[in-house]
Ligand binder design. Structure first.
Ligand code: AMP
Ligand code: ZN
Length: 324
């Protein structure tokens, strides 16, 4: 049977297990059965097949075309960043539950023997794993702030940077749209409050145009980040009250559950203060970013147009693969 039909006939019916080995999420199962996502035995950690990657790459270049007039400087970083800069970002204040740190074996031969013995016995072997100065990148824009800060004050028109990174968030889930390692493409804007606000409205409009071009049902809504703990509730409330975050939502996993596929963020002077980023007249720079979740957009396309790319609406295929 054609997979697109199979998906339509088996609407998502809810999770009833937290065991990845017996996961029953029908969208996830259908994606895995079709070979688009390759399970690894760890929730939210997937391989992708050639068809999936073709779509990710096409969305990525569509974002490049949408932002062609931004004069953005392209910067690329590995999916990990400096622990020192990560500490400075205050990520651990807001989202300690999502952070991923890289640890390495730092013992000698004696300790290695102990590790091997633990492995033999099935005991915990991680005692000799020590933190390194490398931390997984939580959002594509994080490595950029120290780089821009080091250059001195911004030009009068501010600065726009184009970044792309695999990002890590420790949020294991059976929901295929909630991965632990996923790709984020961003435009990051540095400048005055007026420059950031203009950038953000422009990208809310462009993001909506992108979803329309891809023939995906969508809506824009006010949002907040998943701040940790009791203090986090206040932070989330304040973020909403100041309208700092908007998201473009698409139903993916089920018709009544909307998934954030793009986010439009105004950080006010948070990063400007932390890294001492200055405007041309030596005020504290404000920053903002638009983030595109490449896996989520890809999953939205497979969900709404079926698993067989050849049978997607010609108009959508033209947007993705026919160059102007
Ligand atoms: P955020 O920084 O949380 O606003 O994330 C930016 C974008 O990354 C979101 O709009 C999503 O499209 C995507 N994203 C965030 N978390 C995940 C995840 N766990 N799995 C896949 N994509 C994600
Ligand atoms: Zn960002």
């Amino acid at each position: 049977m054609d997979e697109s039909v199979a998906v339509k006939e088996r609407p998502f019916s809810g999770f009833n297990t937290s065991d990845d080995r017996t996961g029953v999420n029908s969208l996830r199962d259908a994606l895995v059965q079709a070979g688009l996502l390759i399970p690894t035995g760890v929730q939210g950690l997937f391989g992708r097949d050639e068809r999936f990657e073709r779509v990710v790459e096409a969305i990525d270049s569509l974002v490049t075309r949408l932002g062609a007039d931004q004069n953005a400087e392209v910067l690329r970083f590995p999916p990990a960043m400096s622990r020192i800069e990560f500490e400075r970002s205050e990520y651990l204040k807001g989202f300690p539950q999502l952070a991923g740190t890289v640890h390495s074996f730092c013992g000698g031969e004696h300790e290695q023997q102990r590790v091997l013995q633990c492995l033999d016995r099935g005991d915990d072997w991680t005692e000799y794993q020590k933190p390194t100065y490398v931390v997984m990148t939580p959002a594509a824009c994080y490595p950029v702030y120290p780089v821009i800060a080091q250059r001195g004050s911004l030009p009068e028109q501010g600065n726009t940077v184009d970044v792309f990174s695999y990002c890590f968030r420790h949020e294991p889930s059976l929901d295929p749209t909630r991965m632990q390692l996923f790709r984020m493409r961003e435009y990051v804007r540095f400048g005055t409050p007026a420059q950031i606000m203009a950038f953000r409205s422009e990208w809310i409009e462009r993001g909506t145009r992108l979803a329309k071009l891809l023939e995906l049902p969508n809506s824009i809504d006010l949002a907040n980040d998943p701040f940790f703990g009791r203090g986090g509730k206040i932070a989330a409330h304040s973020q909403r009250e100041q309208s700092l975050k908007f998201e473009l939502l698409i139903p993916i996993e089920s018709a009544d559950k909307l998934t954030a596929c793009l986010s439009f963020n105004y950080h006010v002077d948070h990063f400007g203060l932390l890294w001492g980023i200055k405007t041309h007249d030596l005020g504290v720079a404000h920053t903002g970013c638009v983030g595109f979740g490449l896996e989520r957009l890809t999953l939205a396309l497979f969900k709404h147009h079926g698993f067989d790319i050849a049978r997607w609406p010609q108009t959508v295929r033209d947007v993705l693969w026919k160059r102007p």
